[in-house]
Ligand binder design. Structure first.
Ligand SMILES: Nc1nc2c(c(=O)[nH]1)N[C@H]1C(S)=C(S)[C@@H](COP(=O)(O)OP(=O)(O)OC[C@H]3O[C@@H](n4cnc5c(=O)[nH]c(N)nc54)[C@H](O)[C@@H]3O)O[C@H]1N2
Ligand SMILES: Nc1nc2c(c(=O)[nH]1)N[C@H]1C(S)=C(S)[C@@H](COP(=O)(O)OP(=O)(O)OC[C@H]3O[C@@H](n4cnc5c(=O)[nH]c(N)nc54)[C@H](O)[C@@H]3O)O[C@H]1N2
Ligand code: SF4
Ligand SMILES: [Mo]
Length: 701
């Protein structure tokens, strides 16, 4: 029996586990690590069942190619790499470099996504975005503009120090259960947990205060709150003066958000907003946390910055228990933000910054001309580019856009149109893989080697728990094979193994806010993990570190910026024809996104709803004569209708519906609406109508 310590590669908490593997290579026990600072002996059902990957639904070891008759046939890896290289080269020769694109993910390991970026952007000169766009892009842009670098400031320990915790558009009990367990550990007698969510989520139910806000009116509430705090003088003038910029502009901007109007726009009464202001004022350590209820909106970046502004004006940043804290989603979302070579250079920095480009080229030992001069086209433009014929070849890695992309019939159209679609996944039967010309099966995280970065900037090690079978390749191996077949030659010299790739990435961070030159790849294994920054020879002392303790930010003048703008109207809003607002998101702890992985967990499969469903308010259902398990047709202004099972619930208000994102029906009814600055999809707000499908009541089987 051997025991291997590794990291869960589902959500961004990155719990550590000890895997007990017997002599036959079978995992006998999955034990959450007690000595790991993040999960401290706890975990959720997904991590506990990591051993189930590729047990019920196996992945073929060898690649699959689609034949003329539409059927798939196995080929050798060598052939697959050559097919990939030939197709992409021919397409690029005919239509130009930008006829190739790739879609990566926040679920690959840092070294893998970096290598994909090296191949796809540096060498092939194509565009390449990630599913991080669907998730974290808003927080990235908000932080960059406000702090001068994409830098979530907190450590998870802050949850134990805080006396006021405000969760905005996040449902950690379902989405980040271990984060919530840290809230439960907070022993402060006067602690207050406040949840701002239009839905009475699992977390809202357990909060001290549920602010049942009208969807997408957070920005109005936050601006009004800022105005109240200013008028009452409940602000930290010293901090504002020393550490921030443009407070005066912000002050005059929020003046127009009169407390007397707040209820009309947000549904929250004047009295409750005043209470909230007082709680923030009286709180000694106030922390504000946000996730997708904020990030996935049509005015998302400015909403995130409205949260940041509250933290700045009250001096709640850089101290234990404080912060304007965006929680990441996927296991390595933070790694993809730093190392995917899609929207910024390795280790951060803009493509337009000649000095940084040169420095990165030197570290990679490649010609500076190979480093892109501009960020990638965003995801939506890649999909549009395919549909308007500019992009002909697409490499999809570790994501399932046919289900997860907004208005996903557009993605289906694109998948059908492509001359070459390669899908690299740990399952060959995903909805996206069905459209592939080439399927590249990769091993799961249980057999991989690399580093991921969690929500509090902590690097931790994924160690191979099981050995690979003959011909079985990891994502890294597959990418190297592709790179070689493309003729990259010496351009791969620095990328021979994940460890060597990590050394390259480390060097790229030197002198940047995310400097990790002090991290030792091998020593990371079995350690407590380490948060960035960790500079060479630095004595970090406490392994629970937050940023900005010195009141200095990463902008040129070291001051954080107040950023704000006029409030937008929703691009599509409620009308007589479409009287309800549809919201989408996670459903249960056991379901992960498009459910390719969690369908292997028997305990989850046994209890989840098998069909796409909506939560419908019980009183509304009565008015409409709709019953539990009836089937309804939901239609939106993008002209698409879908059938959903009805699950009655009082967690949704009468004018709202909630559809879990885990089923394919949800996204096709959402029109293509994006935040102006981040291009993150507006997944949580679309007006819809519902019609009962008569005589077609769903029967459970
Ligand atoms: N079990 C499970 N856990 C997961 C995942 C999973 O698929 N399954 N996915 C992971 C990933 S990648 C991510 S990004 C995170 C997501 O984690 P969360 O963001 O916590 O999850 P969501 O359910 O998408 O959305 C959170 C809440 O936003 C609310 N919301 C909707 N509109 C608004 C609004 O206008 N204002 C406010 N204030 N709130 C609003 C919704 O009602 C919902 O309760 O979860 C991670 N963890
Ligand atoms: N309506 C609506 N849509 C949403 C959201 C929402 O709230 N509402 N949330 C959005 C968010 S926040 C996110 S993050 C996205 C997630 O969307 P996706 O990334 O599309 O969802 P996943 O199901 O996680 O897809 C990951 C794929 O990678 C495969 N995979 C897993 N591990 C590996 C590996 O090690 N290597 C390889 N090669 N493949 C692997 C899985 O089998 C799966 O097919 O969905 C977005 N879509
Ligand atoms: S909380 Fe997240 S990291 Fe921890 S076991 Fe669950 S899915 Fe894995
Ligand atoms: Mo996400």
């Amino acid at each position: 029996m051997k025991v291997v310590r590794s990291t869960c590669n589902y959500c961004s908490i990155a719990c550590n586990f000890d895997f007990h593997v017997n002599d036959n290579g079978f995992i006998e026990r999955v034990k959450p690590a007690e000595d790991y600072p993040v999960n401290q002996g706890f975990c959720c059902v997904k991590g506990l069942n990591l051993d189930k990957q590729n047990t019920i639904h196996e992945n073929p070891v060898l690649p699959l190619i689609r034949k003329e008759n539409g059927e798939f046939e196995h080929i050798s890896w060598k052939e697959a790499f050559n097919v990939f290289a030939d197709k992409v080269k021919k397409i690029q020769d005919k239509y130009g470099k930008e006829s190739f694109a790739f879609l990566s993910t926040g679920q690959l390991l840092s070294e893998e996504m970096a290598l994909a970026g090296h191949i796809g952007r540096n060498f092939l000169g194509g565009n390449g975005d990630g599913n991080t766009r669907l998730c974290m892009a808003t927080a990235v842009v908000a932080y960059k503009q406000s702090f001068g670098f994409d830098a979530p400031p907190y450590t998870l320990d802050d949850l134990e120090h805080s006396d006021v915790m405000i969760f905005i558009g996040c449902n950690p009990i379902v989405a980040h259960p271990i984060l919530w367990s840290r809230v439960a550990k907070n022993k402060n007698k006067n602690k207050k947990v406040i949840v701002i969510d239009p839905r009475k989520s699992e977390t809202a139910v357990r909060a001290d205060m549920w602010i049942d806000i009208k969807p997408k009116s957070d920005i109005r509430l936050l601006y009004t709150l800022a105005n109240v705090l200013i008028e009452k003088g409940w602000i930290d003038e010293e901090f504002i003066k020393n550490s921030t910029e443009d407070f005066e502009g912000f002050k005059s901007h929020v003046k127009k958000y009169d407390i007397n109007d707040v209820e009309e726009y947000t549904g929250i009464s004047k009295g409750r907003v005043l209470d909230l202001a007082e709680i923030i004022h009286k709180g000694e350590k106030v922390s504000l946390w946000w996730t997708m209820g904020v990030n996935q909106g049509f005015q998302a970046v400015r909403t995130a910055q409205a949260i940041i502004n509250i933290a700045l004006m009250t001096g709640n940043i850089g101290k234990p228990g404080t912060g304007a804290n965006s929680i990441t989603g996927q296991c390595n979302a933070m790694g993809s933000r730093l190392f995917s070579n899609t929207t910024g250079l390795y280790g951060g920095g803009e493509y337009s910054d000649e000095k940084r480009r040169k420095a990165v080229a030197e570290i990679l030992e490649i010609d500076e001309e190979l480093i892109p001069k501009k960020p990638t086209k965003p995801y939506n433009e890649i999909v549009d580019g395919i549909n308007n014929g500019e992009i002909k070849a697409l490499w999809v890695l570790c994501t399932n856009p046919l289900v997860s992309w907004i208005n996903d019939l557009e993605f289906k159209k694109a998948a059908e149109k492509l001359e070459f679609l390669a899908v690299q996944d740990i399952y060959s039967d995903t909805e996206t893989a069905r459209y592939a010309h080439l399927i590249l099966p990769s091993t799961s995280g249980l057999k991989k080697d690399g580093v991921i970065i969690n929500t509090e900037r902590r690097l931790s090690k994924i160690q191979p728990v099981l050995e690979k079978k003959e011909n079985e390749l990891s994502d890294y191996d597959i990418m190297l094979g592709i790179g070689k077949a493309l003729g990259m030659g010496s351009l791969l010299d620095k990328w021979k193994s994940p460890k060597e790739a990590f050394e390259v990435l480390k060097k790229c961070t030197k002198g940047m806010p995310c400097d990790i030159t002090g991290v030792n790849y091998d020593e990371l294994n079995g350690s407590e993990g380490v948060q960035w920054p960790y500079r060479k020879n630095e004595n970090i002392g406490n392994n629970q570190r937050r940023l900005f303790e010195d009141g200095k930010f990463y902008t040129p003048n070291r001051k954080a910026k107040f950023i704000y703008e006029e409030i937008m109207n929703p691009p599509y809003d409620k009308s007589e024809e479409y009287p309800y607002i549809l919201n989408t998101g996670r459903a249960t702890v056991g379901q992960w996104h498009t459910q390719t992985r969690t369908r292997e967990i028997p305990d989850v499969e046994a209890i989840i709803v098998k069909e796409g469903y909506i939560n419908l308010n019980t009183d509304l259902a009565e008015e409409l004569d709709i019953k539990e398990n009836d089937v309804v047709k939901v239609s939106s202004p993008n002209g698409v209708s879908n059938r959903f099972l009805v699950k009655l619930s009082r967690t949704v208000k009468k004018d709202q519906l909630y559809a879990p994102m885990h089923y394919i029906q949800a996204n096709s009814i959402l029109p293509s609406v994006f935040d102006t600055y981040s291009k993150e999809p507006n997944y949580k707000y679309v007006p819809v109508k519902i019609e009962k499908i008569k005589g077609d009541s769903y029967e459970e089987n």
